[in-house]
Design a protein around this ligand. Structure first.
Ligand code: KG4
Ligand code: ZN
Length: 336
């Protein structure tokens, strides 16, 4: 079964064709980063307009790269929640139109479920249930207990900002550009992670919830000189690297610890990490070490499938269709 997937929930316009949930026939992602970066973040109205201009050429490109025509596609899948409402509406309207015109099943996909699926869609084995999923992206920092590979029950989350949001904010404070995650990741490599002992973003040592606003503000005060140091921190290369390394160290350690607390709570035997921040080098290294040490299975998406894409949408749709059937044309975009 060949499914055409569409993803427009934030600032990536993406389309992909995936066969039987696993074989990627094409994968096209057009990022709007260059459009939004002068504003220091995604501007929702501009994102919607840009999806409108880009989506049809992106879909055509996905078919062309797969050497397929519309007639060769068996179903249309689309991210319909959560995300920016205007951005989601563009994808949902396009998907409904295609499904109606081509008389194909329409499958609505939850973006977070797709991020979880991306972590194991290309591995030879499914994670063994019960397992724990951590989704860390620009909009989410959430822990789930999974009693089967497709059913997620939320057991912990951030009480304020998402991890990706904090990375982006720290990069802005350090004048490193947007989006900050990949830049902070690179800068942290040469820095001293112990130089600035920021407070852990894990709310309680043995808990499952996180708080990112404190560490974000601590970086702001450190750089602008608003704490006891009084003086601003000169943004020399060495200082910037140390701030990035110290911030990233605390965030990654909090995520590892919170996830291991969840593993203990659920009696889980495997861990899945998904979302844009799963591309972070230190996060990948630390989860690999910690899961190896505890004999836990670990599923991480490739870096390509960590950030927003339509492969995970088309892939998950295959399983959803076989479990629940298609959605009807009343499928709606839902922001949260
Ligand atoms: O999943 P995603 O593409 O979009 C949302 O659903 O939000 O995640 C985007 C987030 C951004 O905040 C970006 O800075 C972060 O993922 N990110 C990273 C890295 N690559 C992307 N964060 C840390 N390290 C990275 N290497
Ligand atoms: Zn995402």
């Amino acid at each position: 079964m060949r499914i055409l997937g569409i993803e427009t929930s934030c600032d990536e316009t993406a389309a992909a064709v995936v066969e039987d949930g696993h074989t990627v026939l094409s994968d096209v992602v057009v990022s709007q980063i260059d459009i939004h970066k002068r504003f220091g973040g995604t501007v929702p109205e501009i994102a919607s307009r840009s999806h409108l201009e880009t989506l049809l050429p992106v879909i055509e490109e996905a078919l062309e790269r797969a050497s397929l025509r519309f007639a060769d596609v068996d179903a249309i899948a689309v991210t319909h929640q959560p995300g920016l409402i205007g951005a989601l509406l563009v994808g949902v309207a396009a998907a409904k139109t295609l499904a109606l015109a081509l008389d194909l099943p329409l499958i609505g996909i939850h973006h977070i479920a797709a991020h979880i699926y991306a972590s194991w869609m290309q591995s030879p084995t499914r994670p063994e249930a019960p397992f724990v999923s951590l989704v860390v992206s620009g909009g989410h920092t959430t822990l789930f207990r999974m009693d089967d590979p497709f059913t997620a029950v939320e057991i912990g989350s951030t009480i304020d900002d998402a991890v990706g949001e904090a990375f982006d904010k720290v990069a802005t404070v350090l004048k490193l550009g947007y989006p900050g995650g990949p830049i902070v990741d690179t800068m942290a490599k040469g820095g001293d992670p112990k130089r600035f002992p920021f407070k852990s973003p894990l709310l309680k040592k043995d808990g499952l919830d996180f708080t990112l606003s404190g560490i974000k503000t601590a970086v702001l005060y450190l750089v602008n000189g608003m704490n006891v140091r009084k003086e601003a921190l000169p943004l020399t290369e060495a200082n910037v690297k140390d701030v990035c390394a110290s911030f990233q160290h605390q965030v990654v350690e909090a995520l590892v610890r919170g996830t291991m607390n969840a593993v203990a709570t659920c009696g889980a035997s495997a861990v899945v990490v998904g979302g844009g921040c799963a591309a972070n080098s230190q996060l990948r290294e630390r989860f690999t070490q910690e899961c190896e040490r505890r004999g836990l299975g670990l599923h991480l998406p490739s870096r390509r499938l960590s950030t927003d894409n339509a492969v995970m949408v088309a892939g998950l749709a295959f399983h959803k269709f076989h479990r629940q059937g298609a959605d009807d044309l009343a499928l709606d975009a839902v922001a949260s």
